[in-house]
Design a protein around this ligand. Structure first.
Ligand SMILES: [Zn+2]
Length: 457
């Protein structure tokens, strides 16, 4: 039997086996449900008792962009918001519910970071760790970084590039409740040979060893790589239309992917319901990616007038990652572990990012919050907010970018981004209002994700 026939044979067998399993599972569920319904009227269909929580919030910003309200009550049932009420209340049917007292706190939706790399952290030992640490050990470290992120008040993150299978596994394990961490929207990378997504800075045998199927050249190969990423579990496609700071080659920060490659990736991704995020620094690459129809530009350092026009006509988001610019600039100036090629780019990009972002924001470009954590330390994600404020963004718009806008970017506005009835109970609280002092975000007192409390000071 040739290989395709074996595969067809196997999948036919699998289908029969699966349907047998499904029908026996259905039978068991039906029996269980019947038993539970007859003996325990107050349980839900799944058999688990409804868990109700009542939260008293001193000040509640239920919908960032609108005015916060004083003295509010949130009722959470099975991880979702079921009521939002004026005053401190204990509504009927919640007599046995746990009451969480946040009367002296500012309460808002969990923060969302649209650009992290949970699998690493830039530092002087990065190269040796890459060689010494097993993938399994690295995955254990990713768990730690994920938990730090959640404890910093970030209940949802978009991982913009890690070893993809490991990130999908981390995402799925968190979603199943096996381990604690933020909700992860995980990207599959597609990049060109020698480009910013490709490996660099190693001897050629290692470069060959580490080059994977996500690297493509020409439109058809990049179409293949895009479909490949989706096949193996990507929630979105991450491309790099320009060079990048941390590529260890002096290949610049200008456009690298050709228009036909960009067009093909976006078309293939959108056909399968996946968004595309493009890393881009120089304006030529920002413009090319926007013309191809990407959904967000990451970094967007040199967003100029032409790019601004395209941002506004396409509705794409800018994910500014000012913290990454700030971090690499400081590292380049104060340490010796970055190569000369990287240092030059780090100082230039780091110097230009904040002012250019301020101009793009004032021109009305849509902004979604993103830090590039992994360049900066995981858990420091709120520092981006301080930099955004310094660049001229209003505190309210910073909060909107990390909630309502981020949820829109990942198409999850129906469940995330605000604290409205029916949405996930992803809730954070601070000792004072970040609208008055953005630095409050650096010290979160309370973190709940999906109705589960992870942190309470
Ligand atoms: Zn990044």
């Amino acid at each position: 039997m040739n290989r395709p026939r074996i595969l067809a044979h196997l999948s036919a067998r699998t289908a029969v086996f699966t349907s047998a399993l499904l029908s026996s599972a259905l039978l068991t569920t039906t029996l269980l449900t019947t038993a539970l319904l007859t003996t325990a009227p107050f349980t839900h269909a799944q058999g688990a008792p409804a868990q109700t929580l009542v939260i008293h919030a001193g000040e509640l910003l239920a919908t960032p962009g609108k005015k916060p309200e004083k003295e509010q009550t949130l009722v959470v049932v099975d991880g979702r918001i079921s009521q939002v009420l004026d005053g401190y209340q204990q509504p009927a049917g919640t007599a046995d519910a746990r009451v969480i007292d946040l009367k002296d706190r500012f309460v808002m939706p969990g923060l969302m970071d649209m650009h992290v790399h949970l699998q690493g952290e830039l530092g002087p030992n990065g190269d040796s760790e890459d060689l010494k640490f097993s993938d399994e050990l690295l995955q254990m470290r990713s768990l730690m970084f994920a938990l730090r992120t959640l404890n910093a008040g970030f209940t949802t993150v978009r991982d913009a590039g890690s070893k993809s299978q490991e990130m999908y596994a981390l995402r799925d394990a968190i979603n199943r409740g096996w381990i604690d961490g933020p909700r992860i929207i995980a990207a599959g990378g597609v990049g060109i040979t020698g480009g910013h997504n490709d490996v660099s800075g190693m001897k050629h045998e290692l470069l060959e060893l580490y080059t994977d199927k996500s690297i493509c050249d020409g439109p058809y190969d990049c179409r293949r790589a895009t479909r490949d990423a989706i096949k193996y579990g990507a929630d979105l496609i991450k491309i790099t239309s320009t060079g990048g700071v941390l590529t260890d080659r002096d290949t610049g920060t200008g456009q690298q992917m050709e228009m036909d490659e960009l067009d093909e990736v976006v078309r293939a991704a959108h056909r399968m319901g996946r968004k595309v995020a493009s890393h881009a620094h120089q304006e030529d690459g920002i413009v090319a990616a926007l013309k191809a129809g990407v959904d967000s530009i990451e970094h967007g350092t040199y967003t100029g007038p032409e790019a601004i026009k395209l941002f506004k006509s396409s509705g794409a988001y800018l994910v500014p990652t000012l913290l990454a610019g700030d971090t690499v600039k400081t590292m380049a100036e104060t340490s010796d572990f970055l190569s000369p090629a990287i240092k030059e780019k780090a100082i230039r990009v780091g110097n230009d990012m904040k002012d250019n972002f301020g101009r793009a924001y004032k021109a009305g470009v849509k902004v979604a919050y993103g830090t590039d954590s992994g360049v900066s330390a995981h858990g420091d994600n709120a520092k981006e907010a301080v930099l955004m404020k310094q660049a001229g963004m209003s505190a309210m718009d910073v909060l909107v970018s990390a909630t309502v806008s981020a949820a829109d970017l990942i198409d999850m506005s129906d469940s995330l981004g605000t604290l409205e009835v029916g949405k996930q109970a992803d809730i954070v609280a601070y000792s004072a209002s970040p609208l008055d002092n953005i630095e409050e975000l650096l010290d979160v007192d309370f973190v709940m994700k999906g109705g589960k409390v992870f942190k309470q000071k």
